[in-house]
Design a protein around this ligand. Structure first.
Ligand code: BES
Ligand code: MN
Ligand code: ZN
Length: 511
């Protein structure tokens, strides 16, 4: 999708469709107190261009337009405008309207218009409290995210090719700084295209995204953006004594891959080295503790954590913040076979700790244990991991929030800021010592499954043993990496969750 900026008056812009936000200005308690429509303030059109206001006047005064979230009203040949169409999109309450809502509205506009075979449109940056550059970036991000659809293997070209080709963003009065605007647009584009890059990887089925193929994709991307990428196979995993990772990989005929991406810019501070560790189980059958058939096909997205870290590295390589970052992605299948590990087996992790395998389906924490240990060995001073780790996090938080765990409050606060800026939802869960009992083993240092109660926490407690004293954050994205239903702003399928937050998080360390 091409993106360009325009500072022309919206009504004078020639476009297939001009998109303007409409906000609901009514106060909640007011509408409760008096039901009469008369006193309710009219929804406000977020453009000061009189011609646009005039074109929308009748439909707004009719009461048909309320400004409620994602309400769309399409007018053809709007009087007085050069645009062929005028699309009004509801943004909800004016009081709570923020960049996060705007991002979604841009996605909703893209999805509404592309389904009508429209290929290009212009979005007017709302004249609200959101600073222009921030609004602009949110619109670009939302539009790219909305433009993604997962129908890669559909043979019907019509369905496949429904995409917006060109987006014009119409900036208003306070947007004097053309350079800042251009840079906000580029940043939004890089971040959202990286998010879609991740979604592409996650969308692939396991026969088209083996660990080896994932390593190849990482290599190709790295060459394109100028990152250092090394990929290793079983030999290196054994040589590093990654017994936990290998315990999972040993059951599959597909070779595992250890993917290491390095970003080391000149001018970065010596004392900060971020390590991004990703779970990339390209298919999780559960192993010998095999999963039920119902829904097992979804376990192709069990590599989403790794795909997220690869996407973050793409964005970082292009945005060039001055901070050293290394990503470690542990890619393998989890299969039952004659060579597979069995419940009761004991594996010795790279760190030297012994693990009694109670359940071979708790494999993600095993590959991450060695990934975290390796990151520390490479000198990482701060760690973040992302993984579709537990069904229990879905029970706890549903599909709306990713689970966050941290062994360090300052790290958590940094992530919280980044996540708010990125417009993503995450919720912190505890890591109290009380939970440690759940992973106690009779014969080894720990078991790999702490049972059902507090399952997401037990998994995080396990990982904590391998982060040791390094400040660390764990993101459990099992409930959020895949959209179970489509939303107005995003397709059903891979979401690319956490990428935008992590890019902001990394940038926050830049010198
Ligand atoms: N990959 C799954 C977790 C998962 C569940 C991801 C649902 C996405 C959607 C993970 O490897 C797993 O199987 N976890 C087990 C752990 C249990 C055996 C302790 C689980 O959550 O049931
Ligand atoms: Mn599993
Ligand atoms: Zn898994």
């Amino acid at each position: 999708m091409n993106t360009n900026l325009s500072s022309s008056v919206p009504s004078q812009l020639e476009t297939d469709c001009l998109v303007v936000v409409v906000l609901d200005r009514s106060e909640k308690d007011q509408s409760e107190k008096d039901q009469s429509k008369k006193d309710k303030p009219a929804p406000s059109l977020e453009s000061s261009d009189d011609a646009v206001r005039e074109a929308a006047r009748d439909v707004i005064s009719s009461g048909e337009v309320t400004g409620k979230p994602f309400e769309t009203t399409l007018l053809h040949r709007p009087a007085g405008l050069k645009a062929k169409r005028l699309l009004l999109v509801g943004g909800g309450k004016a009081k709570t309207f923020s960049a996060a809502e705007l991002r979604k509205l841009a996605g909703a506009a893209v999805r509404t218009l592309k389904s009508k075979s429209i290929r290009s449109f212009a979005f007017v940056v709302p004249e609200t409290a959101i600073p222009s550059s921030q609004g602009l970036r949110a619109i670009v991000e939302g539009a790219f995210v909305g433009n993604f659809d997962p129908g890669y293997y559909k043979s019907d070209r019509n369905e496949k090719d429904q995409k917006i080709d060109a987006l014009t963003i119409v900036v208003h009065g306070d947007a004097h700084d053309a350079k800042a605007m251009e840079s906000a647009m580029q940043t939004g584009r890089i971040v959202a295209e990286s998010q879609n890059f991740t979604r592409d990887l996650v969308n692939e089925p396991s026969n088209r995204m083996t660990p080896t193929m994932m390593a190849e994709r990482a290599k190709k991307m790295a060459a394109e953006v100028g990152l250092n990428c090394e990929t290793y196979g079983a030999d290196k995993i054994k040589q590093l004594k990654m017994g936990a990772f290998w315990g999972v990989a040993q059951g599959s005929d597909e070779p595992p891959a250890l993917i290491v991406l390095r970003y080391d810019p000149v001018g970065a501070a010596d004392k900060i080295h971020l390590g991004l560790v990703g779970k990339a189980v390209t298919f999780d059958t559960g192993g010998i503790s095999i999963k039920p058939a119902d829904g097992m096909e979804k376990m192709k997205y069990d590599m989403a954590g790794g795909a997220t870290m690869i996407g973050v590295m793409r964005a970082i390589a292009m945005l060039k913040p001055k901070v050293k970052v290394t990503a470690i992605i542990c890619a393998t299948e989890n299969m039952p076979s004659g060579k597979a590990q069995k419940p009761g087996d004991v594996q010795i992790a790279m760190s030297g700790k012994s693990i009694e395998i109670i359940n071979t389906d708790a494999e993600g924490r095993l590959v991450l244990a060695d990934g975290l240990c390796y990151a520390r060995q490479l000198g990482c001073t701060h760690l973040v991991d992302a993984a579709t780790l537990t069904g229990a996090v879905v029970v706890a938080l549903g599909y709306a929030n990713a689970g966050v765990f941290a062994n360090d409050d300052a790290m958590y606060e940094r992530l919280e800021k980044a996540q708010a800026k990125a417009g993503e939802k995450m919720w912190r869960l505890p890591l109290d010592d009380e939970y440690k009992e759940n992973i106690r083993s009779n014969i080894a240092d720990m078991v790999n499954s702490g049972g059902r109660w507090g399952g997401a926490i037990n998994a995080a407690m396990f990982l904590k043993e391998f982060a040791e004293d390094t400040p660390w954050i764990h993101l459990d994205i099992a409930g959020t990496a895949w959209m179970e239903e489509q939303k107005p702003w995003i397709a059903k399928g891979p979401s690319g969750i956490a990428l935008r937050s992590l890019v902001e998080f990394v940038k926050s360390f830049a010198s």
